[in-house]
Design a protein around this ligand. Structure first.
Ligand SMILES: Cc1cc2nc3c(=O)[nH]c(=O)nc-3n(C[C@H](O)[C@H](O)[C@H](O)COP(=O)(O)OP(=O)(O)OC[C@H]3O[C@@H](n4cnc5c(N)ncnc54)[C@H](O)[C@@H]3O)c2cc1C
Length: 362
């Protein structure tokens, strides 16, 4: 009998681990979303709705032998996963790939494809109607969002505010940060660093309604649409008591060099949910998934375990379709042209291929 593997979460890590084990194990992938959502391209999609239909890939081509359950794990324990629908799935191996959460529009709560696509379309309309946008947070999401808005609606006032005194918290190279500052300035994005709002706007986030807020520097800012672009969280309410013991204060799970949850030989955690010392990215999630799958295969078939090597710091940050900057240790500095070229397709074909959606859904 094939070993039973239950993968919890069908994001960037979960799809890779599931597909890689499909031929040697009895794989069950549990995921509440109707389709895989390529949320790395969300911000482009709200600025350019032609992208909206491209970022949802059905799960039906992912596995040949295994199954994808549209469900939510409410309790994960070594050997057993309990589902919101009331079902229970036994497992020889569990892989936690439940990722992280953040505010809309970087992430979307809706699990249905049409509902999620509808939210992105509504946001496009709101941005179109807005007379001025305020983004809280000058991390990668705040900056990419500002770049998309400024590129799609030149002249629309966009302000980004962050208490940190340096862009991206001083991380990455000076050259990359200087280039981003130069491009943002050219695009007309106003960047307020080293200060924060005295209080949040009194209008709901993401709704077009005029407001005025004061900054710590005593300046009054007026806009009619605002978004929090900070505050990523790592959900863990579904973890059974023995797994919850491995949670760090930030919610991430401590894993060994083989990506097993500390203290549990047959439970793996991959992607944003674990505490590997590196930037949390889709790229790292995918590589971790490969290593975890190979280690599960080694435990099933015999063989040495592979150690996961975290990625060194690197990031390619877009500012609209033709701007941005980046740094990757293997390639060095990326200027606007190299960034735009690298991110021109958001690796759509790569993810389509992984989902087995290339032929079916072109
Ligand atoms: C706007 C934005 C842009 C980004 N750009 C880039 C980029 O350019 N390059 C890059 O490498 N990275 C990028 N990232 C980071 C990247 O998206 C994350 O690192 C990546 O999503 C992590 O993958 P994951 O599989 O760990 O988690 P996720 O992709 O978040 O997937 C987790 C999945 O688990 C499911 N889940 C959660 N709880 C349960 C449960 N209880 N039961 C069942 N399923 C559950 C969720 O529905 C979700 O589908 C970006 C992130 C954002 C938000």
């Amino acid at each position: 009998m094939a070993s039973k593997v239950v993968v919890v979460g069908g994001g960037y890590a979960g799809i890779v681990v599931s597909r890689r084990l499909d031929e040697i194990a009895d794989v069950t992938l549990v995921e509440p979303k109707e389709t895989f959502v390529h949320h790395v391209a969300h911000l482009r999609a709200v600025a350019d709705p032609r992208w909206i239909d491209k970022i949802f890939f059905p799960f039906d081509g992912l596995l040949s032998r295994g199954r994808v359950l549209r469900d939510t794990a409410t309790q994960v324990r070594p050997g057993l996963v309990t589902l919101a629908s009331g079902g229970r799935v036994e497992a020889d191996f569990v892989v936690l790939a439940t990722g992280s959460d953040g505010p809309f529009p970087a992430r979307i709560e809706a699990t249905g494809r049409d509902e999620a696509a509808g939210r992105l379309r509504e946001l496009h309309t709101s941005l179109e109607q807005s007379a001025g946008v305020l983004l809280l947070g000058a991390g990668p999401i705040g900056l990419e969002f500002a770049g998309e808005i400024a590129a799609a609606w030149p002249g629309k006032p966009v302000t980004v505010i962050d208490p940190a005194t340096e862009l991206l918290g001083g991380r990455f190279t000076v050259e990359m940060r200087a280039e981003l500052l130069r491009q943002l300035d050219k695009m007309g994005v106003r960047l307020l660093l080293g200060t924060k709002l005295d209080a949040l706007p009194d209008t709901p986030a993401g709704v077009v309604q005029p407001f005025t807020v004061a900054t710590g520097n005593g300046e009054q800012l007026t806009a009619d649409l605002w978004f929090p672009c900070y505050g990523s969280t790592v959900p863990g309410g579904h973890l059974g008591a023995e797994l919850a013991l491995a949670r760090q204060p930030d919610g991430r799970l401590t894993v060994t060099e083989h990506l097993r949850v500390s203290g549990h030989d047959r439970v793996f955690a991959v992607g944003d949910v674990n505490d590997t010392p590196e930037l949390k990215t889709g790229r790292a999630a995918g590589r971790q998934a490969e290593v975890a799958a190979d280690n599960i295969r080694a435990l099933i078939e015999g063989g040495p375990l592979t150690t996961y090597e975290p990625f060194p710091d690197g990031m390619i940050l877009t500012l609209g379709p033709s701007g941005g900057a980046g740094y990757a240790p293997e390639f060095g500095f990326f200027d606007a042209e190299a960034t735009a070229q690298f991110k021109s397709t958001f690796l759509l074909d790569h993810y389509r291929g992984l989902l087995g959606a290339a032929q079916r859904h072109g």
